[in-house]
Design a protein around this ligand. Structure first.
Ligand code: TYM
Length: 338
């Protein structure tokens, strides 16, 4: 429990570790656009998280601009929300160290993302990859953020952030210092799966580019990927219960629902009984219609790195103005000399 009484704030971040795909868009960015007028919002490009696995420095810079441009192209207004690069606000790293001393080894050992990303040879994984969720907690709590829009895969990391906040408040007898951040996960699009495998998450690091629709894909590429998407020989059911045990069909219907703003029930009412020969072209048209304008704007913005740099620098200043006093207070609470 926490008696936090401060302002409600939203924080979220995306790693510049590859191209932005429709899973990131539907699971995260689209929510950012909706939330920006309701809350004070901080959206970062988490470059410090990205280097927990090797990143080519030149590519990292380009991808940092790419993620920032994607926020803007999707409709995040930089005058309303602060858009910045994580490494540009040093309070994140300072608080992360203190949180490394609050979080327990046993908590991190449970993190499934580390197990997935480290693979079989975890001795060769970076120490940063292991403490990655602690830095994520610092990203959130350095703004005393109360709400965190993310896709479903981030649920466990959000639980850890809450545990760290609660333990800090308890250990230092500051019951109302950190809020326990609420994940905002629900809604269609919280878990988009690969087009090549309905049981694997759509991911920036997907081995097959055909599994992923990127925001930079043109109409042709989108149509081809959806045409080639794995499906099954049966027609679509007329009710969602009929999608049980059909992960690829469920995923394609889910993508349709998420982009159209309709429920699975409604989509299946229209397409139930039809085969994928009818459904896939309709899905491709819808995705092209929704992604096309974002893609065009993204392309325009990526050709203007000077403008993007200005947005990130301004955002980092605004974010630091909120984060620095929080870290100063944390240092006092911990007993550091100020
Ligand atoms: P990342 O960069 O992997 O993903 C960014 C956001 O996109 C969501 N997402 C998806 N949603 C639906 N379906 C998918 N297939 C899919 N793939 C990704 C993710 O849930 C996320 O919301 N650890 C985070 C980055 C992070 C962060 C933070 C997030 C660092 N600090 C603080 C929130 C708050 C990550 O790796 O996201």
């Amino acid at each position: 429990m926490t008696g936090y009484q401060g302002p409600e704030r939203v924080l979220s971040g995306i790693q510049p570790s590859g191209g932005m795909h429709i899973g990131n868009y539907l699971g995260a960015i689209r929510k950012f656009v909706d939330l920006q007028h309701e809350y004070e919002c901080y959206f970062c490009v988490v470059d410090m998280h990205a280097i927990t696995v090797w990143q080519d420095p030149k590519k990292l810079r380009e991808q940092t601009f790419h993620i920032a441009a994607s926020y803007l192209a999707a409709g995040v207004d930089p005058k309303v929300a602060a858009i910045f690069h994580q490494s540009g606000v040093r309070a994140h790293a300072e608080l992360a160290w203190i949180f490394n001393c609050v979080a327990r080894l046993g908590w991190l050992e449970r993190m499934t993302q580390f197990k997935d990303k480290a693979g079989k040879d975890k001795q060769r994984a970076s120490v940063g990859l292991y403490t990655y969720p602690v830095l994520q907690a610092a990203d959130i709590l350095v703004y005393q953020a109360t709400h965190v829009p993310v896709g479903e895969d981030q649920k466990q990391h959000l639980e850890l952030s809450r545990d760290i906040a609660a333990k800090f408040n308890h250990d230092f007898n500051q019951p109302d210092f950190f809020p326990l951040p609420e994940p905002l996960i629900k809604g269609p699009g919280a878990r988009i799966m690969s087009l090549r495998d309905g049981t694997a998450k759509m991911s920036k690091s997907d081995a097959s580019a055909n599994g992923c629709v990127f925001l930079t894909d043109d109409a042709d590429a989108i149509a081809k990927k959806i045409k080639k998407a794995k499906s099954d020989p049966d027609p679509l059911p007329s009710e969602p219960a009929g999608l049980e045990g059909r992960p690829e069909a469920a995923n394609l219907v889910g993508i349709f629902s998420a982009f159209s703003g309709r429920s699975d029930e409604e989509v299946l009412k229209e397409f139930g009984g039809q085969g994928f020969g009818v459904f896939k072209p309709a899905l491709a048209d819808l995705v092209v219609e929704k992604v096309g304008p974002i893609s065009a704007e993204l392309n325009r913005l990526e050709n203007d790195p000077g403008y993007l740099q200005g947005i990130l620098t301004d955002g980092a200043e605004r974010a630091s103005a909120v984060a620095d006093p929080v870290v100063k207070r944390v240092k006092e609470i911990v007993g550091f000399l100020i």
